[in-house]
Design a protein around this ligand. Structure first.
Ligand code: GLN
Length: 271
């Protein structure tokens, strides 16, 4: 190689090194002050599926707020970073693919802990108890699933509510047309506009909807599915999971959890 060729080669190698270093800085994420690795430095990235009030929804200024948001803010504070929220379909959240692909560090989506999901996600300690509920338009006489024979019942795709209803319909051989909607807003809209006669989702989201739209919708029946919500991290991310669990435990111990509950859900159940 002549002198000029050698020189050019050095320049190319140096340029490549700068390029790699530049990329590396963007791609390898960061580490929080407490040593927990994060996909993006300085922030705790949360995957959620909007809207799901009172757990996560946009306020009038467009900011994502809610019960889950407030609890994950405590985790972010503990890590010395701020929370950044990514809105993404529930399917990618519950299947673990968003966490596995590095879209986010943690999933917080009013997500029920199930054995199936435990295969693909690591869940925190439970942070909320929920059941399913059947909502109807105010004045509707429907009180049971059986009374929906020959009618359309709305559910939210990919959720435990959908699974529960499909199982009931199969087991009891009910003649109900189950219609799946892509998110809670679409399901509520379908009920409000009579595209379905009733709709199933988690009880707290119906309670919230009824608070916001008094006299439009009523809860006709509850199904005690005994669900518990958990936050999730990528399988094996014990450093972050430990921090999440510690933040929840601390909030329960010092009254912060109760305050957040009172703000977003209402009075704490006495049980
Ligand atoms: N709790 C339900 C589930 O986990 C619904 C969650 C949601 O729609 N965000 O399937």
């Amino acid at each position: 190689m002549n002198r000029q060729g050698y020189f050019q080669r050095i320049v190319v190698v140096a340029a490549a090194a700068v390029l790699v270093a530049g990329c590396a800085k963007e791609d390898t994420g960061g580490t929080s002050e407490s040593g927990v690795p994060l996909i993006k430095s300085g922030v705790l990235t949360t995957c959620t599926h909007l809207p799901y009030a009172p757990f996560q929804s946009k306020d009038s200024s467009g900011k994502v707020v809610g019960f889950d948001v407030a609890l994950i803010d405590l985790v972010a504070t503990k890590l010395g970073v701020t929370q950044e929220i990514v809105d993404t379909p529930f399917e990618g959240i519950k299947s673990g693919s968003d966490l596995n692909s590095g879209k986010c560090d943690v999933a917080a989506a009013g997500m029920t802990i199930t054995d199936e999901r435990k295969q693909v996600l690591d869940f925190s300690e439970p942070y909320f108890d929920a059941t399913q509920a059947l909502a109807v338009l105010t004045g509707s006489p429907v009180k049971t699933l059986e009374e929906l024979a020959g009618k359309r019942l709305g559910v939210q795709g990919g959720t435990t509510g959908e699974d529960y209803i499909k199982k009931q319909v199969a087991e009891k051989k009910l003649d109900i047309e189950v219609v799946s909607y892509r998110d809670l807003a679409a399901l509520q809209q379908a009920l409000a506009t009579n595209q379905v006669v009733a709709a199933v989702n988690d009880l707290p989201v119906w309670n919230e909807y009824i608070k916001a739209n008094p006299s439009r919708v009523a809860v006709a029946a509850g199904f005690d599915t005994g669900e518990q919500y958990g936050f999730a991290v990528k399988k094996g991310n014990t450093a972050l999971l430990t921090t999440v669990n510690e933040a929840i435990a601390a909030a329960r111990a010092d009254g912060t959890y109760d305050k957040i509950y009172a703000t977003w859900i209402g009075d704490k159940p006495t049980s």
